[in-house]
Write a protein that binds this ligand. Structure first.
Ligand SMILES: Cc1cc2nc3c(=O)[nH]c(=O)nc-3n(C[C@H](O)[C@H](O)[C@H](O)COP(=O)(O)OP(=O)(O)OC[C@H]3O[C@@H](n4cnc5c(N)ncnc54)[C@H](O)[C@@H]3O)c2cc1C
Length: 456
């Protein structure tokens, strides 16, 4: 009887261990953590080199923030520029990137990004992505011939990844910590629905994206953005790669810099000129119906002021003349705006004190402005509109310090053996300002570099 009990207990322990996956130990050549653009490109590159690669993605689907990339990719001296007879040279690209980042980016990394942009575009074209130069006025943008950019980009990458038997994609599998032996990264502990297990690898590539969905971590690195909202991100962007790499003594660069959008709501952001265009401008009010800021401040400063209000949010108030601009129309429609024929009715709709709101607007219309705004329009025409805004992070500029081979650098300025990074988790390409479109270019260029370095 006793023996049967012991046997049963043994079987139970064995079954639980198997269920939790704790007894599993998997070996591969390269482990890629994160299944957005950078992770997919890294994994494809490893598989192309004939090596075994496992890509783990904690969400149930691949894509990350890459799949919501709205506009296109920035690249220079591409065949598309040649075909269109529109010039955007490598020199233009380098200059634009450095100047936008207030010359704080790492010029050596930026030069690599620029030099490799044209071949990155050729590769994406081969995979089936159909692009064109946006316009002579915006020659830096390559945009899809039709349709949504991010979903098409992820579509061609997934399609390519599916061609390789040696590429094993595991969704709903979260990396929780790196396994480090004698200073070398030799794998990571991951957990899935059944439990946790270790994947051992000769190299690990971190491609976990930014911090957009981790307001506490954003505030830790820049207190100005305390209480930031998360309107503009997919859920996986929680800074896990940074946390994991810090445990391996990784160094970070530019962590205080974020691209924050003051006018964001419902998964998108809207141009600040809604508030600043002369004569047709709007104002921001807090939840008491008072103005609290010069609405023409630079976007990041404006976002920080909105975040200081008790609700970390504000209402943009404007009239039909803003609504009739393309930016105003998009903001109102996508932001699910409110409209009324009188200010008092509008106040009721947004649950703000009507007397205060009326006084705020009357003062503004008469040019009374304690905030130093130089461009004062008027809000005079019925109907009136209100749209709530929830300032959110659009892009994490800083990240892991890497060298030209995408090796993660430690606090002693030495590469951490076995550890590489690509995409938004890495720092150095932006400084204090992001050229939109360089980001998915970063996914491709540094995804490829990380993949190739990882198999050396
Ligand atoms: C609204 C919006 C519009 C944009 N538009 C453009 C644009 O037009 N052009 C452009 O170039 N860029 C654009 N960007 C920026 C661009 O989308 C990203 O910067 C870039 O694609 C990031 O790629 P990534 O692979 O590094 O990260 P992501 O695509 O975010 O992928 C990271 C992945 O890692 C996963 N992950 C995180 N932690 C773990 C873990 N512990 N274990 C397993 N998996 C994990 C996440 O779930 C996620 O799927 C836009 C961003 C936003 C928010």
């Amino acid at each position: 009887m006793k023996l049967t009990k012991v046997l049963l207990a043994g079987i139970l322990v064995f079954a639980l261990a198997a269920c939790s996956g704790k007894d599993k130990e998997i070996k591969t050549d390269v482990l890629v953590i994160g299944g957005g653009g950078a992770g997919l490109v890294s994994a494809i590159t490893v598989a192309e080199a004939g090596k075994k690669v496992i890509l783990v993605e904690k969400m149930s689907a691949l894509g990350g923030n890459t799949i919501i990339s709205a506009t296109g990719i920035t690249a220079s001296d591409t065949k598309y520029h040649e075909d269109a007879g529109i010039s955007f040279t490598k020199e233009d690209h380098f200059k634009r990137t450095m100047e936008t980042g207030k010359n704080l980016a790492n010029p050596a990394l930026v030069q690599i990004l620029v030099n490799k942009s044209s071949e990155a575009i050729d590769w994406l074209t081969e995979l089936g992505l159909k692009l064109k130069v946006r316009s002579e006025a915006e020659p830096f943008w390559l945009v899809p011939v039709e349709g949504h950019y991010g979903s098409q980009l992820i579509g061609v990458l997934i399609n390519e990844a599916n061609q390789y038997d040696k590429l094993d994609v595991r969704t709903k599998t979260k990396a929780t910590e790196l396994v480090i032996k004698d200073g070398k990264v030799i794998g990571a502990t991951v957990e899935d629905e059944k439990g946790s297990y270790v994947i051992y690898a000769k190299s690990v590539i971190l491609a976990t994206g930014g911090l957009n969905n981790n307001p506490e971590m954003i505030a830790f690195y820049n207190e100005k953005y305390k209480n930031i909202n998360t309107e503009m991100t997919t859920p996986g962007a929680t800074g896990d790669g940074i946390v994991m790499a810090l445990a391996a003594n990784a160094d970070l660069v530019d962590m205080q810099y974020f691209q924050v959008r003051p006018l964001s709501i419902n998964g998108d952001w809207y141009h600040e000129r809604i508030l600043t265009t002369e004569d047709v401008s709007g104002i921001l009010v807090n939840f008491k119906g008072e103005r609290f800021v010069n609405e023409t401040l630079a976007p990041k400063a404006l976002a920080a002021e909105i975040l200081k209000t008790s609700e970390h949010s504000a209402y943009a108030i404007f009239d039909n003349r803003v609504l009739n601009t393309p930016d105003g129309k998009k903001f109102f429609e996508k932001g699910k705006g409110f409209q009324a024929n009188t200010i008092e009715e509008l106040a009721v709709l947004i649950n703000i004190d009507a007397v205060t709101l009326l006084k705020t607007i009357n003062d503004y219309n008469q040019g009374i402005d304690p905030f130093g705004r130089t461009v004062l329009g008027k809000i005079i025409e019925a109907p009136y509109q209100a749209v709530q805004t929830l300032p959110s992070n659009h892009y994490t500029m800083g990240g892991l310090k890497v060298n030209a081979d995408a090796q993660v650098i430690d606090k002693n300025n030495q590469p951490i053996p076995g550890l590489f990074a690509a995409g938004e988790v890495m720092g150095g390409l932006y400084g204090d300002g992001r050229v939109a479109g360089n980001n998915t270019l970063d996914d491709v260029v540094f995804g490829k570099i990380a993949g190739l370095s990882a198999v050396k």
